[in-house]
Structures are given as C-alpha cells and as structure tokens.
Design a protein around this ligand. Structure first.
Ligand SMILES: Cc1ncc(COP(=O)(O)O)c(C=O)c1O
Length: 393
C-alpha cells in the first residue's frame, strides 16, 4: 500500500471519529490553529525532512551569533520570509529563537526587567488583551516584573512599565499602537510588540513593522503550532543577549529538529509565494463571510468591523480576517454562557480584561469543527435559542 494511501486512511478515520465525537459534545473554539492543515496535506512530501541518528546531536549551532542555538538555516528562512512579505524589518536585527513565542514573551520580560530594582516592573496591555498575558507574567511570582492589567487605566506615575502591544490584537483583531507611549513618552516605558498575527491571511500588510522587540510564531504564521517555534527580532544587542540567556537557563536552547522543520516550511512559504498566504487569505475571508451572514440572521450578536486597507503584499484593498471572532451580546448577556447553552465553548470577555458580554471564538479550527460551530451559532436567535431553551439560564 502506498504511503499517501495509508496517510489518507489515517486522516479519514480520525476525522470521522472527531465528527462523531463533536456531534454531541461541546465544541472547542480555542486557538489551536488547524485551519491550514488541508493546505499542508496537499503538499505531501514536499515538506518532509529526513534526520538521521547521527544528525543534530550537539547543543551548539552558531557560536558567532548572539543566539548561539539558532540553526543558520532557520535564520536565513526567517530573513527571507520577512523580505518576501515585508511585514517587519529584519535586516540588522538579532533573531532570538524560542520554544514558541510564549517562551520569548517571558524571555523579553526578563531581558527588559533585569537586574531589577526594589519593586517589580508593571507589565500592562490594553484591554481586551490576550488572555494568557496575565498568567504567563505572574505564574512564577517574579521579583522582576508583575502583571498590572489594562494599559488604558495604568497610572504612569507608578514608574517603570513594560507595555505589550499585540497587533493585530487577539481577541478583537484590531490594529494597535502603544497606548502609554502615545500619552507620555517616558524613558521608563519599554515595549514588546507581539506580532503573531501580522501576516497576509489575517490582515492587510500596510508596512514593515520596526520596533525594539517584535515577536512572531510559526503557529500563527503557517499553522505549525506543534513544532513550538517562535522568533523575536530584537534591535538592541544587550536585550538579545539577555533573552538568549533566559532560554539558555530554561532549556539550553531550542530543539534543532523543530528548527530545521520550521526552516523547511518557511522556505516553502517564501519560495512559492503567494500560494500559502493566498490560500489562507481566501479561507479566512470565506469563513468571515459565513460568520457575518449567520450573525446578521441571528440578530443576537455584534462583531467588530474592520476598515478596508491597501495590502502591500497582495496589491489589493482588503479587510482584516482575524484568527478570532470577538462576539458581543447585543442584549448585554453573558456571551460565554449564551454560547455554552448551544454547546459552543468560548472564552468569556472577563478573561481578556473586558466585559462578560463579550466572548472569543476561534476562526482557525478544522473545517468540520468550524461548520458545527456555525450550525450551532445559527440556532441562537434573538430572545431565545431556537430549540426552546431560554438564554442566560
Ligand atoms: C497573541 C498571541 N501571542 C502569542 C501566542 C503564543 O504562541 P506560541 O504558540 O508561539 O507560543 C498566541 C497563541 O495563541 C497568541 O495568540
């Protein structure tokens, strides 16, 4: 039996099992980015890499580089991709690699706050903010930094701070700039730009971002969350050195197998452009059209509108099609509960520092999950759920 035949059977069986499983249970709408799986499956062996038993045994990669565990093939692939998409300035920047951008977020906090003063530095982000920032910041109760909530309500007289700017923003897809720096360009304020979703399938590319620390991740760029590869583009050598040191102390580097796989995948994305991004953009646009249609018909929810902007990458005017939909209950009901009553598991607004009338659902799930989600969403009609259950119970 041919390899792809076995592969097809394997996928088929599991897809079927998943559909059966989800037909009765709550469907998850977390951020697992499986939407692009079909694209990569179609490429078959084009992305396969072979690693023999004697390969990649050393801790070390490139001792001439600040980030000494960064595999040169991946550094080159990252640079090429940013040149092709032109979404960020990578020339003259240090690349620091991490086990997902989650690890790099922590590395950046460490780099910007050490050696530390008498009080931990406040870490803030404008609400609604990515729901993991508070927990990731505070779970080790660092003496260097602490989560201080919404940047909009932060009192700058409190002293030093780190503002995390997530653009396009998870959960609401808005394009953002630093809030605090705009009000008062304080020498004590430092910035981390989390640009996980600044790719053409999600949003028009309006210029090459050029910030002190910019975080990217394979998981949102191509969908390969399981490889756990993120990268930071860092202007300042000392900051890059400290971020590298943080990763060295935590895990003595980042898996070389993952780095080589990421290099291969990013290479394909750059060489075959705009294929992957064009596919992703069309898919996201179709999903958003379907969602907006269901939302219009139900009359229960509101959704953010995004401006039409010129995308330098596609050469067209396009809207954003974010990886998440930020639903608002028009009747100010608890949106998470509303969805749960129809067996849709969403993340409630409070987790993002916002009101409970909001909830976040993923637009990046596998097709069968997304379809079940739309079907269930369409059953929620103004005032009550169509099958007779009352809302807010
Ligand atoms: C805004 C944002 N930043 C960072 C991450 C974490 O990405 P990674 O998979 O690279 O750890 C996510 C994942 O959902 C995210 O949405």
């Amino acid at each position: 039996m041919r390899l792809e035949h076995i592969h097809f059977k394997f996928i088929g069986k599991h897809t079927f099992a998943r559909i059966m499983h989800h037909s009765h249970s709550l469907i998850p709408t977390s951020g697992d980015p499986m939407a692009f799986e079909a694209f990569w499956r179609k490429l078959g062996d084009k992305c396969t890499i072979v690693i023999s038993g004697s390969d990649l045994m050393s801790y070390l990669s490139d001792m001439g580089n600040v980030c000494w565990f960064l595999v040169p093939e991946l550094a080159e692939a990252i640079n090429n991709l940013h040149h092709v998409v032109d979404n960020a300035v990578s020339d003259g920047r240090h690349i620091v690699i991490g086990t997902g951008s989650t690890q790099l977020y922590q590395a950046a906090l460490y780099a910007l706050s050490s050696p530390g003063g008498p009080e931990p530095i406040s870490v803030v982000s404008a609400a609604p903010y990515y729901s993991q920032y508070p927990a990731e910041t505070d779970y080790l109760r660092s003496g260097l930094y602490k989560w201080d909530g919404d940047a909009n309500t932060f009192d700058k007289n409190n002293g030093a701070y780190i503002e995390v700017v997530n653009s396009p923003n998870n959960p609401d897809g808005t394009i953002r700039e630093a809030v605090l720096a705009k009000v008062n360009r304080s020498a004590e304020g430092k910035l981390i730009h989390d640009l996980a979703y600044y790719w053409p399938q999600y949003t028009p590319i309006t210029g090459a971002a050029d910030h002190d620390i910019m975080l990217f991740t394979l998981s949102k760029c191509t969908g390969h969350a399981g490889s756990r590869i993120g990268w930071a583009l860092v202007k300042d050598t000392e900051v890059a050195r400290k971020m590298t040191r943080f990763i060295e102390l935590g895990s003595i580097g980042v898996s070389k197998e993952s780095q080589l796989r990421a290099a291969k995948i990013l290479g394909i994305v750059s060489d075959d452009y705009p294929n992957f991004f064009e596919y992703g953009r069309r898919l996201m646009s179709e999903r958003w059209n379907m969602l907006r249609q269901v939302i219009r018909q139900s009359g229960v929810f509101g959704l953010p509108e995004y401006p039409l902007e010129y995308c330098n990458f596609t050469g067209k005017f396009t809207n954003s099609h974010p990886g998440f939909a930020w639903l608002e209950s028009k009747e100010d009901e608890d949106c998470e509960k509303l969805l749960r009553a129809e067996r849709i598991m969403a993340r409630g607004g409070r987790r993002f520092g916002a009101d409970a009338k909001y909830a976040r659902v993923s637009m990046l799930s596998r097709e069968e999950i997304f379809n079940i989600f739309l079907e269930r969403l369409s059953a929620i009609q103004g005032g009550s759920i169509s099958n007779g259950k009352h809302l807010g119970s």
